[in-house]
Design a protein around this ligand. Structure first.
Ligand SMILES: Cc1cc2nc3c(=O)[nH]c(=O)nc-3n(C[C@H](O)[C@H](O)[C@H](O)COP(=O)(O)O)c2cc1C
Length: 193
């Protein structure tokens, strides 16, 4: 048996996402991000299909992406007030770096699409853990952009792909508050035959 890693257990049992609005510079450097993405890709993957890919939105492209999202949002909300638009922009501006995790399924005789999609979810979670282990923090968000056809076009999402999430990564501006977690008695049962 491996020696218990108490630091890791403490992290895993207390981890929290940091809301994207509270993620600020610095963001991971290119080598740090490469390492983070390498870890994100090291997830259970039945059939070695790599049923996910990552689109990094960082640096100058980060604000261009927000502008493009807001153009789509405005087209879908032609009557929105300036205040509502500012609120929406504020949400999208959170976090200095975003990784769009794209789930990519293909027909396979033994690996149903569901399993491939679960693997993409695992990649999102590993991405958060890797960001944290590298000294950063993150939050996994979908929101309307994950389900919008124009955003899919913007990210060159293909017919067999879906956006699994936008993982916002940066440095926490403040420590997170705690969040209630489900009671084990509500989520665990023991099968006794
Ligand atoms: C697939 C997925 C999509 C999510 N999308 C959103 C979202 O759009 N907005 C939001 O506030 N939280 C969203 N969340 C929840 C956050 O990622 C996160 O769980 C929450 O902020 C609480 O943080 P925690 O990781 O400490 O539980 C999503 C979670 C998952 C798994």
């Amino acid at each position: 048996m491996n020696k218990p890693n108490t630091d890791l257990m403490t992290y895993l049992s207390t981890r929290r996402s940091i809301p994207s609005a509270k993620l600020v510079e610095p963001a991971p450097s290119k080598p740090e991000l490469d390492r983070i993405l390498t870890i994100a890709a090291r997830v259970p993957d039945h059939g070695k299909l790599a049923p996910w890919r990552f689109v990094v939105i960082a640096g100058e492209a980060r604000s261009v992406f927000v502008d493009r999202l807001m153009a789509i949002w405005r087209a879908n909300h032609p009557d929105a007030s300036a205040e509502a638009e500012a609120v929406e922009r504020g949400k999208k501006e959170g976090g200095p770096l975003v990784v769009a995790v794209i789930s990519r399924t293909s027909e396979h005789p033994k690996v149903p699409a569901w399993e491939q999609e679960l693997s993409a979810g695992a990649a999102c979670m590993n991405l958060l853990h890797a960001a944290h282990a590298s000294g950063y923090a993150g939050q996994w968000l979908t929101g309307w952009p994950a389900f919008d056809a124009d955003v899919a076009t913007l990210l060159a999402v293909e017919a067999n792909e879906r956006i699994a999430g936008f993982v916002y990564i940066g440095t926490p501006a403040e420590p997170p508050s705690e969040r209630d977690r489900p009671d084990l008695s509500k989520i665990v049962t023991e099968w006794r035959g």
